[in-house]
Design a protein around this ligand. Structure first.
Ligand SMILES: [Zn+2]
Length: 72
């Protein structure tokens, strides 16, 4: 059984759905959490000698060996 819906009502309902979708995209999903993407000396092994030369996400680490979690 179909109910007659006016074009105006269709447009209004469509716009309401679009507004709800816009809000949904902005809100985080359940269980979603932010993870740090900034590289740290704990993310890799020290590559010496001297300042660490490991490539960390496209950047040279440059930190001292002792600062690393797994100094060689
Ligand atoms: Zn390093």
């Amino acid at each position: 059984m179909r109910r007659r819906v006016s074009k105006q009502e269709l447009v209004e309902r469509l716009e309401a759905v679009e507004r709800r979708l816009d809000r949904l995209e902005a809100s985080p999903l359940a269980g979603q959490e932010t993870i740090p993407v900034i590289p740290t000396v704990h993310d890799h092994h020290y590559e010496g000698p001297g300042p660490c030369s490991a490539d960390v996400f496209g950047q040279e680490c440059g930190a001292h060996q002792a600062l690393h979690a797994n100094p060689d």
